[in-house]
Ligand binder design. Structure first.
Ligand SMILES: Nc1ncnc2c1ncn2[C@@H]1O[C@H](COP(=O)(O)OP(=O)(O)OP(=O)(O)O)[C@@H](O)[C@H]1O
Ligand SMILES: [Mg+2]
Length: 252
């Protein structure tokens, strides 16, 4: 097993784990026996072993010395468990969905293991949003924002509030498929206001332009799925935006 430190952020150390696994490949090799009396096919099983490298992510939450030791342990345990729980919940509901409409809609790493302050996650072969976006066309960018809105809407439908939607917490693979990571601050809530605030945060973490486009796409989906609640959503947006503006004024 090989460990490589990928990133050390404010909250956690992220390691890439490479593990060698031996896989037995059973191949059915068809051979024809050239018999004079009968012409029959014989299935011959041939065993081969291959060594594959499996990649995982190990996320280890860091102790904070400025926090009281007991409180720090509590926070770390809580966030580790929360991240695991939310990812499991997402996986569970996505599995059900897949059965229903046979659609692959996985946009998060699978949680594999939890151990005190560490979780093992599926490795997403991708790059952070902010490292990719500059190289893309406007059309590609808009398509990605639409995908991001779709994924947020899916989470919100399951009453999952990500709560930390930033350019570093969205990964894009080589086909520009969107993945969300970093669910340590996520929580369950049915409140529309919490959902709107989740979106509103992107005005600061991305840009005003990003937020406006995201909101437009989100509203379209919301109207389609919950036509009876669209007025309420619009009201909440006005409320959250007003509060945001007041906060900005206070800071000046
Ligand atoms: N499952 C994963 N697959 C691939 N890369 C990952 C995965 N999880 C995390 N990373 C990489 O590690 C970085 C940090 O991970 P994460 O956001 O979960 O922790 P963090 O402590 O919040 O870090 P930061 O404070 O830098 O945001 C991500 O931005 C990403 O580049
Ligand atoms: Mg992060």
């Amino acid at each position: 097993m090989e460990l490589k430190l990928l990133s050390e952020g404010a909250e956690a150390k992220i390691y890439l784990v490479k593990e060698k696994v031996k896989e037995e490949n059973k191949k059915n090799k068809k051979t024809e026996e050239k018999s004079k009396e009968k012409n029959e096919e014989i299935n011959e099983t041939k065993k081969t072993t291959k060594t594959k490298i499996k990649k995982y992510i190990l996320k280890e939450r860091i102790k904070k010395n400025y926090r009281h030791k007991k409180l720090d342990e509590k926070i770390i345990n809580f966030r580790t468990k929360r991240e695991y729980k939310i990812l499991k919940k997402l996986e569970e509901t996505t599995e059900k969905q897949k059965e229903k409409n046979n659609e692959k809609n996985v946009f998060f790493p699978k949680a594999i293991k939890i151990e005190k302050n560490k979780i093992t996650l599926q490795y997403i072969e991708g790059k952070e949003y902010n490292k990719i976006i500059k190289k893309l066309t406007l059309k590609e960018k808009n398509k990605i924002i639409k995908e991001i809105a779709k994924k947020i809407f899916l989470m919100h439908k399951k009453n999952i509030i990500h709560s930390d939607i930033t350019p570093k917490n969205i990964l894009l693979d080589k086909n520009l498929k969107v993945y969300f990571i970093d669910f340590g601050l996520s929580f369950f809530s049915e409140r529309i206001e919490d959902k709107v605030y989740d979106l509103y945060m992107t005005k600061e973490t991305f840009s005003e332009e990003f937020y406006n486009k995201l909101l437009k796409e989100y509203k379209k989906m919301y109207k389609k799925t919950f036509p009876e609640k669209i007025k309420l959503l619009e009201e909440r947006i006005i409320r959250v935006e007003k509060r945001g503006k007041n906060k900005q004024k206070q800071r000046k």
